[in-house]
Design a protein around this ligand. Structure first.
Ligand SMILES: C[S@@+](CC[C@H](N)C(=O)[O-])C[C@H]1O[C@@H](n2cnc3c(N)ncnc32)[C@H](O)[C@@H]1O
Length: 308
């Protein structure tokens, strides 16, 4: 498969702030991966050590998308969106370029930037190609995200894992809506869930999730994985916990269906909610008869845990 790399190079008065604006926009476009290059911290001696590094002043953010029927449309939409967002800004200059890559090159460049990461009190996400010596109380998730979303390093995933750590109990049944790499299914299993279902509209995510569950030696008899629509998949079953880390607009679409597959007294753990949409989602949760028992935030991302 071929991928498009969208590379945005910029100089800005406040590069960390602008970097966040750019990565958030890419996330809204549903990127499959992001790579961020920062100029090295410079001291004048660096010039003598490595002239090229010393001279690298620009920041760059690369985002990756699959080449499909809509790729040209997506490219012009991305170009227009950045133009619109930055047109009146005097604090930055940027350039935007598109490159076509083989998937293999992408896989390798992506892997260089992933390291084991502690994402909650107990969970550490460890890329399969790295070594990690776990502390006694740590739970390690082995992961090869491949082309699916969910490395643990995005705040929306870690917010979700922190809530799962607090609210999932031994023996619970759990469904993960929008499973991506399967990271939350693995977390649910490691927290003692007796049954874990996962669903994603992307067939590739379903394949990758299965591989990651196997990698973590999860008993596959306790697992069900589906591509497709939540309600058709679930039919009459109800769960102790529904987790969903999906963009706010998708949550709004699915909220009604998700609320019907939770047992009385069970929980919905929702993440992926950009703060501008949080109030609207909270209102909808309450209107469905749920009580919000926890609201957490990391940067501009919000997560709700709500009881039926
Ligand atoms: C932000 S990723 C989350 C991945 C992973 N669960 C995590 O927490 O890191 C969202 C996932 O939801 C899937 N998705 C988007 N819309 C969906 C829908 N209507 N039904 C099921 N899955 C959906 C996407 O394909 C993607 O894999």
């Amino acid at each position: 498969m071929k991928l498009i790399e969208v590379r945005l190079i910029f100089e800005a008065d406040e590069p960390q702030y602008v970097k966040k604006e750019i990565t958030d926009l890419f996330y809204e476009f549903g990127v499959q991966g992001l790579k961020i290059d920062e100029p090295m911290e410079r001291d004048s001696l660096d010039y003598y050590r490595d002239e090229k590094i010393f001279l690298q002043r620009d920041y760059a953010v690369s985002a990756y998308f699959p080449v499909n029927l809509y790729v040209e449309k997506k490219k012009s939409l991305i170009t227009d969106t950045f133009e619109e967002k930055f047109k009146d800004r005097e604090d930055l200059i940027y350039s935007l370029d598109f490159y076509e890559l083989d998937e293999e090159d992408y896989q390798n460049s992506w892997k260089k930037y992933l390291y084991p990461e502690k994402v909650s009190e107990r969970f550490v996400v460890k890329p399969t190609w790295r070594e990690y010596e776990a502390e006694e109380d740590e739970i390690v998730i082995e992961l090869d995200p491949g082309r699916a979303f969910g490395t643990g390093s995005h705040p929306t995933t870690s917010l979700c894992i922190k809530q799962m750590e607090d609210y999932i109990h031994e023996g619970d049944s759990v469904i993960d809506v929008g499973t991506g790499s399967g990271i939350l299914m693995v977390a649910a299993n490691k927290l003692g869930a007796s049954e874990v279902w996962g669903v994603d509209i992307d067939p590739l995510a379903v394949e990758v999730a299965k591989e990651n569950l196997e990698l973590n030696k999860v008993d596959m008899n306790t697992i069900k994985l589906f591509k497709g629509d939540l309600v058709k998949v679930v039919e009459d079953k109800k769960f102790d916990v529904v987790v969903a880390n999906i963009l706010a607009d998708v949550i709004l679409l699915l909220l009604n269906d998700m609320s019907t597959v939770v047992k009385k007294g069970g929980l919905m753990i929702l993440s992926g909610i950009i703060e501008d949409k949080a109030a609207e989602i909270k209102k909808r949760i309450i209107s469905l008869g749920y009580e919000v028992v926890s609201e957490t935030k990391d940067k501009e991302w919000v997560s709700f845990t709500a009881r039926a």
